[in-house]
Design a protein around this ligand. Structure first.
Ligand code: AHG
Ligand code: MN
Ligand code: MN
Length: 334
């Protein structure tokens, strides 16, 4: 019997690497390690309710948010795997106060650092809605052979080498971007491999959905309120009124936006001028992915990836998605 050829994540990244004669294969092996952590998290997610993984852990993180058991599990899975990987010099995580430099000879000689939101969409864990893991990979700027430093972790998003996410949804997918483009791999549970299912993903130039926490309208600026009126206006030939879709897991809202087009917004408001989402763990990686797919990501006054980070856990407003829709929203928000 003939089997159709499956391309695994590993095979794909190695094929991509071969396009660059000077590449050493370290990025491929890093992506494999992140995929492995994703499979461990996936195993827990798929058994949630049967094993003791739902609910709060009983501590708060550096941003004052209460941590869920799955936040901790995912964070530890990523840290443990990357620590023993030969290709990662250190990590920074939404759940850790400080970055972590892996202090062994292999790691000190590694050229990459990884930043991640180990579990995105914590509030959706207990209700069986889609959640995810978001990651961002930079080439370090500090001296090889020594432990990595804070400068390696606070580079602007436009220096990312790769970024991606794993979505634990109705299926589990690994989506990652390099400057060559964006590709999606679906986990085939029977063989435990991520297999290429969405080659060369492109974000449509326009879409039918807007996505934001509309319950916060009273805190939004006049410009934002005018934009919401625009989204709800009846203009059939322009797809309006747009449908409102908001899951409350950035990964899930962005996955839809990438595939179907649309706009996702987490604006600054009167009480939080920089909004809620984190530049290094959420906004930069999503901006890199969406831009590699032809979309746009702005903080309202410029590109997300041009922001020069001043601290690891800083937040930024974000307008991201289909090119035409983001540009229109920015006309209002300015
Ligand atoms: P996290 O679970 O990593 O803390 O992230 C939650 C984020 C993001 O996933 C989502 O887009 C946003 O919080 C939702 O916030 P609101 O509940 O304020 O709408
Ligand atoms: Mn998050
Ligand atoms: Mn998180």
């Amino acid at each position: 019997m003939q089997t159709s050829k499956l391309i695994t994540l590993d095979e794909f990244t190695i094929m991509e690497t071969r396009k660059f004669p000077q590449a050493t294969g370290e990025l491929s092996s890093l992506l494999r390690d992140i995929g492995l952590a994703g499979k461990l998290v996936n195993k827990q997610v798929r058994r949630a309710g049967l094993v003791d993984i739902l609910g709060e852990y009983g501590a708060t993180n550096v941003q004052g948010e209460s941590q869920m058991k799955l936040d901790i599990f995912a964070n530890e899975a990523l840290i443990n795997i990357l620590k023993y990987s030969t290709d990662c010099a250190g990590i920074a995580s939404e759940e850790n106060d400080e970055y972590l430099a892996f202090d062994d000879t292999f790691s000190a000689n590694s050229k990459y650092v990884v930043l991640f939101d180990p579990l995105d969409g914590s509030s959706n864990i207990d209700v069986n809605a889609s959640i995810g893991t978001i990651f961002s990979i930079y080439r370090r700027v500090s001296e090889l052979g020594k432990p990595c430093t804070i400068e390696d972790f606070t580079q602007p998003g436009n220096r990312q080498m790769a970024a991606g996410y794993i979505i634990y949804g109705s299926s589990t997918m690994f989506v990652y971007a390099t400057r060559l483009g964006v590709n999606g791999f679906t986990l085939e549970p029977s063989i435990g491999e991520f297999c290429l299912s969405h080659a060369n993903m492109k974000c449509p130039e326009t879409g039918k959905y807007y996505s934001l926490n509309q319950g916060n309208t009273c805190k939004y600026s006049e410009g934002m309120n005018a934009y919401l009126d625009y989204c709800m206006e009846n203009k059939k030939e322009e797809n309006r009124p747009y449908g409102l879709r908001y899951i409350g897991s950035m990964v899930a809202d962005m996955h839809r936006t990438l595939i179907k087009g649309g706009i996702f917004i987490y604006p600054g408001d009167k009480s939080n001028v920089n909004g809620k989402l984190r530049l290094m763990y959420e906004c930069n990686p999503m901006a890199f992915i969406l831009e590699a797919a032809g979309g746009v990501a702005s903080w309202g006054g410029g590109n997300i990836m041009d922001i020069n980070p001043t601290e690891l856990h800083q937040r930024t407003p974000i307008f991201i998605g289909s090119k035409n829709m983001v540009n229109k929203a920015l006309e209002f928000a300015k």
